[in-house]
Design a protein around this ligand. Structure first.
Ligand code: BYC
Length: 328
């Protein structure tokens, strides 16, 4: 491949070509829908953008285990417990594929975890809200995984190969997650008056934070234009949010529960639902670390990291022993 060829000729050969030429060749590959691979030349900003986005995505999967894990011991039946356990384990797996994809860009797992624990790296705003009732587990699967799929299916076509390939499997699993969430909501909404009220209350609390998952509005999204030119993102934040609303409102109607938005209405001319103003102040507060559960989430993650120190030490010792044996 052209850019791999550049790498093979060594750094100095690369330096002789001017940056503009390299950038133009890189963009031409993107425009031709070629996948960029780990050893290919790429602009530093492309590498940094991907490390930022993929590591934030990985952290979201790992922190996302907490609100759901909260209900593992209180799931209403053995069947529900087994399903939820499988889902939470899937999220851990997603985190691991994504950390691996980010590592191909030259960062290390240790560095990414350190950035998460120090508060430097972000994770999805949605996981800073509490899971107060069992219906929240249904709402997370239905809405949060539903929003995740809407955002992540286009990432299967992301220009960076390792990220795009990781997303294929993740999306298949998210699809199962979304359905299990919807099925919980269906059971509750067809159940007793108390169960239906619980489903409604969960929708009331999770609707707006789910819309915030797609990120700030396009006018305030500082990374979107460049990420779309690089085909990391294929749709803007607002486009994906609109698609999510259009798909999800009829599902709420099917469940017989009400989306908590007085301004929500279907526009027959555009074929889209119009919806009310998102409370962006709440979103930016959560991003700044002041959501209902930010501190709790990071403290718990830090404790788990400390408790796992012996596992990491044992793994290092084992790898070292094996390395010595192989060398001998
Ligand atoms: N939460 O310029 P923008 C899951 C930040 S996991 C927190 O639009 P971009 C699941 C953004 O990072 C779901 N921060 O950024 C797991 C940037 O800040 P910095 C996670 C947010 O990157 C377990 C600033 O705001 N999914 O589904 O172009 C159980 C400006 O934003 C958020 C992914 O990570 C947010 N919601 O677009 C169940 C998908 N939104 O870094 C489910 C991959 C924005 O400059 N990520 N920010 O300080 C993406 O697709 C994009 O990164 C985003 C944001 C659409 C999220």
């Amino acid at each position: 491949m052209y850019t791999q060829g550049l790498d093979q000729k060594g750094e100095n050969a690369g330096r002789r070509l001017d940056d503009a030429g390299l950038l133009a060749a890189f963009q031409a590959r993107i425009d031709a829908e070629e996948k960029i691979e780990a050893k290919d030349w790429m602009p530093d900003a492309y590498r940094r953008t991907l490390i930022r986005q993929i590591s934030q995505h990985a952290h979201s999967e790992i922190i996302g285990m907490q609100p759901e894990g909260n209900w593992l011991t209180r799931a209403p039946s053995l069947r529900r417990k087994a399903i939820l356990l499988a889902k939470v384990q899937d999220e851990a797996g997603h985190g691991l594929y994504l950390y691996s994809a980010a590592e191909t860009l030259g960062t290390s797992r240790g560095q990414m975890v350190a950035d998460l624990l120090s508060g430097k790296a972000k994770y999805s705003s949605i996981f800073n809200y509490p899971t107060l009732t069992w219906a929240d587990i249904g709402a997370i699967g239905w809405l949060v995984d539903g929003a995740a799929i809407m955002n992540q299916i286009p990432l299967c076509r992301c220009s960076y190969g390792p990220y795009a390939r990781a997303m294929v499997r993740i999306c298949k699993e998210e699809s199962f997650h979304q359905r299990q969430g919807f099925e919980i909501m269906l059971m509750l909404s067809r159940g007793s008056a108390e169960q239906k009220a619980m489903a409604q209350d969960a929708l009331n609390r999770w609707w707006w934070p789910s819309l915030m998952m797609f990120g700030p509005g396009d006018a305030d999204s500082k990374h979107s234009a460049q990420s779309m030119a690089w085909k990391i993102k294929r749709f803007s934040n607002d486009e994906l949010r609109q698609k999510f609303v259009d798909v999800t409102v009829p599902q709420a109607e099917f469940l017989g529960i009400r989306v908590p938005d007085d301004d929500l209405k279907f526009n027959a001319q555009t074929g889209h639902y119009e919806f009310g103003e998102i409370d962006w102040q709440e979103f930016f507060d959560v991003l700044a670390g002041n959501g209902p559960c930010n501190r709790q989430r990071l403290e718990k993650r830090q404790r788990a990291h400390d408790d796992g120190a012996w596992v990491r030490e044992a793994a290092h010792a084992y790898a070292e022993k094996h390395g010595q044996r192989a060398a001998a």
